[in-house]
Design a protein around this ligand. Sequence first.
Ligand SMILES: *[C@@H]1O[C@H](CO)[C@@H](O)[C@H](O)[C@H]1NC(C)=O
Ligand SMILES: *[C@@H]1O[C@H](CO)[C@@H](O)[C@H](O)[C@H]1NC(C)=O
Ligand SMILES: *[C@@H]1O[C@H](CO)[C@@H](O)[C@H](O)[C@H]1NC(C)=O
Ligand SMILES: *[C@@H]1O[C@H](CO)[C@@H](O)[C@H](O)[C@H]1NC(C)=O
Ligand SMILES: *[C@@H]1O[C@H](CO)[C@@H](O)[C@H](O)[C@H]1NC(C)=O
Ligand SMILES: *[C@@H]1O[C@H](CO)[C@@H](O)[C@H](O)[C@H]1NC(C)=O
Ligand SMILES: *[C@@H]1O[C@H](CO)[C@@H](O)[C@H](O)[C@H]1NC(C)=O
Ligand SMILES: *[C@@H]1O[C@H](CO)[C@@H](O)[C@H](O)[C@H]1NC(C)=O
Length: 273
Amino acid sequence: MNHVRFLAWCALVANSVLAIGTATAADWRIFEVDLISPRNMTYTPQALMPIVFALQNPASSDTTAASIFWSVWEGNNLTSPGSIMDGVLELDVGDNWNRTSSEPHFVTRFFNTVNYPEGFWTLSWSLQLYNCSDNPEKQGDQFITTNNATTFTVSRQSGKTPDLVAATSAETCGATVAYAYNVTGGEYGCGFMGSNVTANPCSVTINPSAASSIMAAATEMACSPLETGVYPNVSCPASPVESSNEAAPPHVAAAVSIWLALLTLVTTLIHLR
Ligand SMILES: *[C@@H]1O[C@H](CO)[C@@H](O)[C@H](O)[C@H]1NC(C)=O
Ligand SMILES: *[C@@H]1O[C@H](CO)[C@@H](O)[C@H](O)[C@H]1NC(C)=O
Ligand SMILES: *[C@@H]1O[C@H](CO)[C@@H](O)[C@H](O)[C@H]1NC(C)=O
Ligand SMILES: *[C@@H]1O[C@H](CO)[C@@H](O)[C@H](O)[C@H]1NC(C)=O
Ligand SMILES: *[C@@H]1O[C@H](CO)[C@@H](O)[C@H](O)[C@H]1NC(C)=O
Ligand SMILES: *[C@@H]1O[C@H](CO)[C@@H](O)[C@H](O)[C@H]1NC(C)=O
Ligand SMILES: *[C@@H]1O[C@H](CO)[C@@H](O)[C@H](O)[C@H]1NC(C)=O
Ligand SMILES: *[C@@H]1O[C@H](CO)[C@@H](O)[C@H](O)[C@H]1NC(C)=O
C-alpha cells in the first residue's frame, strides 16, 4: 500500500516513467547525513560562513521525518553576540527540491563571523529521525537522536577561506562527521530502519561549479529584501537583482535560488515567531 502510494507520488512529481523504475529497483536505501562545513580548522572571518549538510538518498528524509537542530556560538558563552541558538532544519518539509533524484542534496545555512571577536566557535547539532520498526502505532515515541559538535577558529591572520571543494576531496572526506541509516520501508514520517550501517561520506563530492552555485545563491539570499539587516557584511550588487541570468547553468542556479528563497522564507517566519 505504502509502496504504491509512494510510486504514485513519484510519478506525480517527476512525471516520468524512469523514476518509477528507479523507485522499485531497491527496497532499502541508505539515508546518510554528512556535515561538509564547517570543519575543525581555522577560517578567515566570513560574512556568510557556510553550514552545509549533504543528504544522501535525500527522499528518505521524508520517510524518517528527519530534522536537524543546530546552534552556533562564539567563545564559551552561548549568548555571546552573533550566536544563533534555535536553528532548525526540517528536512522533510518546506523545501522545494527534487525528491525523486538519488543525487545528494545539500542543505545550507549561513552565519556572520566578521562582526565578532576572533577566536573559537562551536557548531552543535543534533539529527533526529523516527524509527517505526517496532510499532508504527507509536510513531514519535521512538526517535533516534544523535548529537555532535564541531569547533573551529576564526582568525584574520592564519585562517583560510571556507572551501567546500576541499572539504569533499579524497584527502579530507574521511574526517567528515556522518551518520547513516538503512531505511527498509515505511511511509511518510514512519520509516522502518535496519541496524546501524557505516557512513560513506567520501561518496559525496562538491565540484567547483557546485560550490560557487551554493555561495552565489547564498549571496542572493542575503541580499534579498527579506533578509535586510541580517547579513550586514555581505557586499550586495548595487542595483536590485532582477534575474540570475549571469550564472552559467541557469537551471541549476534558478533551482538553488528558488529553494534557498523558500528556506529563507521559512527561517524568517520561524525567527519572527
Ligand atoms: C581539531 O583539530 C585540532 C588541531 O588540529 C586537534 O587537536 C583536535 O583533536 C581536533 N578535534 C577534533 C574533535 O577532531
Ligand atoms: C554572555 O554574553 C552576554 C551578551 O553579551 C552577556 O550579557 C553575559 O553576561 C555573558 N555571560 C558570560 C558568562 O560571560
Ligand atoms: C528529478 O530527478 C530525476 C532523477 O534524477 C530526473 O529524472 C527528473 O528529471 C528530475 N526532475 C526535475 C523536475 O528536475
Ligand atoms: C562527533 O563525531 C565524531 C566522529 O564520529 C566523533 O569522533 C566525536 O566524538 C563526536 N563528537 C561529539 C561531541 O559527539
Ligand atoms: C539494509 O537492510 C536490508 C533488509 O534487511 C538488507 O537486505 C541490506 O543488506 C541492508 N543494507 C546494508 C548496507 O546493510
Ligand atoms: C530500529 O528499530 C528496530 C526494531 O527495534 C531495530 O532492530 C533497529 O536496530 C533500529 N534501527 C536503528 C538505526 O536504531
Ligand atoms: C546506532 O546509532 C545510534 C545513533 O545514531 C546510537 O545511539 C546507537 O547506540 C547505535 N547502535 C548500535 C548498536 O551501534
Ligand atoms: C559589519 O557590519 C557592521 C554593521 O553594519 C559594521 O558595523 C561593521 O563595521 C562591519 N564589519 C566589517 C568588518 O565590515
